[in-house]
Design a protein around this ligand. Sequence first.
Ligand code: PMP
Length: 287
Amino acid sequence: MTRTVYVNGEYLPETEAKVSIFDRGFLMADGVYEVTSVLDGKLIDFDGHLARLERSLTELDMDKPDQFDDLLEIHRELVRLNGIEEGMIYLQVTRGAPGDRDFAFPDAETTRPTLVLFTQNKPGLADSPAAKTGIKVISIDDIRWGRRDIKTVQLLYPSMGKMMAKKAGCDDAWMVEDGFVTEGTSNNAYIVKGGKIITRQLSNDILHGITRAAVLRFAREAQMEVEERPFTIEEAQGADEAFITSASTFVFPVIEIDGAKLGEGTPGPAAKRLREIYLDESRKAAI
Ligand code: PMP
């Protein structure tokens, strides 16, 4: 099936959409992105993703794309044109395509940012088997750059991390720096001890997950205790349960870390409850 995608103001069949070979996203990974999930044909946490996009652009001194104010409408139109009930919208902004390769950022007069969006149709997204079975993770060194709070398209190491996990017969990898877990390759990481939810505090070391913000808010509203601090793999292996969050997984329980089963080795009640609350509340607030 041919998708309709969006490139710089135009809706096009995916086979006809093109960007320049001089695009700095292609040459330098000079770009940022967002992934917004779709449930019941509606956008989940759209305002949060838009706010983080604006922050990523500001932090990299990148201009907003010319169509920035139309982004809600563009997301909705792509959902409509592609008939998405459950899935994701991927959005990428790069610094554009000046006439030649150069390390220095181009002048604003030379080029405008490139804006690309496409849909990913995922029927059954909210009913994923991993939500019921839980996932297994391995730990790997976090060797990424120091501005992980900016959602850039430099995803080579996270891709390598996923491959390391796959090779080990696991689903994902948690990254460790100076002895403490930073986050998953494409998600935020949590443990649960004595009913308390523990997750690393926000800083430049991790992506400020939009799902993380919502899940912590719902947890506090449900009178669950939350502590934002770093934890080690050893502490996680001894926790009652663990889980991850992201826009495309919502909440997935973690049942094994580096071969050590957590608790009974089955999904725990806190992860299950938070997933239910997150899905219920997000569906109600979807636009
Ligand atoms: N951390 C990293 C490294 C990620 O790539 C992602 C998802 N892109 C997240 C956390 C989760 O962020 P969000 O909840 O906004 O999807």
